[in-house]
Design a protein around this ligand. Structure first.
Ligand SMILES: Cc1cc2nc3c(=O)[nH]c(=O)nc-3n(C[C@H](O)[C@H](O)[C@H](O)COP(=O)(O)OP(=O)(O)OC[C@H]3O[C@@H](n4cnc5c(N)ncnc54)[C@H](O)[C@@H]3O)c2cc1C
Length: 385
């Protein structure tokens, strides 16, 4: 059996590996010529890591993961600690550590595991034809690829989604911009083994350790969509947005290479259940584009990959039936994570400033129990238990 996978992001590559492991031939087609992920790093929560463990990548992912032992919120203006606690209860409850990882390193690991000979770069899928016996993708250069199924792992602006739904869907702007990158660890900004977040005025500055003594940093700023941005001015722009903030935040801004700072406007899509049409199925952001506020988009894509392979391996009424069973096991959970992230995003980014101020007050009385309960509740319900 042969699968055509559109998109070599973390969803498409995980799906490709999962399908290879059940004996499928896999061809992954990716539109970009050089597979460089947008964004610097990602936090893989235990549900995502478990999926990679299941795919045989336990040792590799542990080597890429940063040593994140504790979590803290600090007042963005004064630098004062609002709450600080161990993350170990999450590990105990979930059965696996979370790993913040560099996206480029995660991407390389997944590509190598799949086998680069199975990935065709520079191939933009423009059309899909499903004749009931096979499905054929057509690419911008006029070439085609035919398989038993086609997995649309083509991200937030999925072309496959247009095919499955019969029309494009509107993405919803979440109301904020995320600036992110990697920087050497400096313990005067935040401890080396801590996920530290400075908050104030609906903005945040967050640092997470990844392997190689680096922090994954990100700045969130509520802003209108579509503003002009001069990349070379990143430091001045951030210094202005965070004017009056604690010296640690300005030290971080001072350390940045402006050309290594990514700027991303954050969108999501209302959850929908229609992920499958005939021999074509959506996976990852194509099916459930989320804001990153609970760090679950990529983890959820990995969950899709595992469930897809299990559905194709264990059901024998044909691939179309197995794809529907995959869909039925995934849409409710993935949709719920999108809505949870949206809710979290609104509180974090001061959609209602009173609610956000109340959250800051809560953080000052928090011993970690409530935050850990929230994180664990995102992990519970994952397909690997
Ligand atoms: C700022 C930010 C921070 C985030 N942090 C986290 C986090 O901490 N934890 C977490 O789990 N998730 C996080 N996410 C979400 C995560 O990045 C996504 O959920 C994940 O990348 C989805 O993977 P994917 O493979 O579905 O899509 P993508 O990674 O977007 O990959 C899709 C691929 O398809 C290709 N493609 C698109 N169209 C075509 C076409 N027509 N033909 C061929 N190829 C095509 C694209 O070039 C791309 O390579 C974050 C997202 C953002 C924006």
């Amino acid at each position: 059996m042969k699968a055509i996978v559109i998109g070599a992001g973390m969803g498409g590559l995980s799906a490709g590996i999962a399908l290879q492991r059940i004996g499928w031939d896999v061809e992954v087609y990716e539109q970009v010529v050089e597979n460089k992920p947008v964004g610097a790093a990602i936090s893989l929560w235990p549900n995502g890591v478990k999926c990679l463990n299941y795919l045989g990548l336990e040792k590799q992912i542990a080597e890429l993961g940063g040593p994140m032992e504790t979590m803290a919120y600090r007042d963005g203006f004064t630098g004062e600690t609002m709450t600080e606690f161990s993350l170990w209860p999450i590990v105990e409850q979930a059965g696996q550590r979370p790993y913040p990882v560099s996206r480029a390193e995660l991407q390389s690991m997944l590509m190598n595991e799949l086998g680069t000979e199975h990935i065709r770069l520079g191939m933009r899928m423009v059309d899909i034809a499903d004749d009931g016996d096979a499905v054929t993708a057509t690419f911008a250069d006029g070439s085609t690829a035919t398989g038993d199924i086609l997995i649309g792992a083509d991200g937030a602006r999925s072309r496959t989604r247009d095919h499955v739904l019969g029309e494009p869907v509107e993405r919803r702007y979440a109301g904020y911009v995320n600036f992110n990158g990697l920087v050497d660890i400096d313990e005067t900004i935040a401890p080396a083994t801590q996920w530290t977040t400075y908050v104030g005025d609906g903005k945040r500055v967050s640092l997470m350790p990844v392997a190689g003594s680096r922090f994954y940093f990100f700045f969130d700023v509520p802003l209108p969509a579509g503003l002009d941005y001069d990349r070379s001015a990143a430091k001045n722009v951030l210094a202005e947005y965070f004017s009056g903030w604690a010296p640690q935040v300005h030290k971080l801004i001072g350390m940045l290479d402006p050309f290594a700072v990514n700027r991303v406007e954050i969108f999501d899509i209302d959850p929908f259940d229609n992920w499958v049409k005939g021999r074509v199925a959506l996976l990852g952001d194509a099916g459930h584009n989320t804001t990153p506020d609970i760090g679950q988009g990529g983890c959820s894509a990995m969950e899709d990959a595992v469930v897809l392979a299990i559905a194709l391996q264990t059901n024998t009424l044909g691939v179309e039936d197995a794809l529907v069973r995959y869909r039925d096991r995934r849409t409710a959970r993935a949709g719920e994570l999108v809505l949870r992230a949206r809710k979290r995003s609104d509180v974090t980014h001061a959609k209602d400033p009173d609610v956000t101020r109340a959250w800051y007050d809560e953080l000052r009385t928090e011993d970690g129990t409530g935050i850990i309960r929230g994180i664990v509740s995102n992990i519970v319900g994952n397909p690997l238990g």
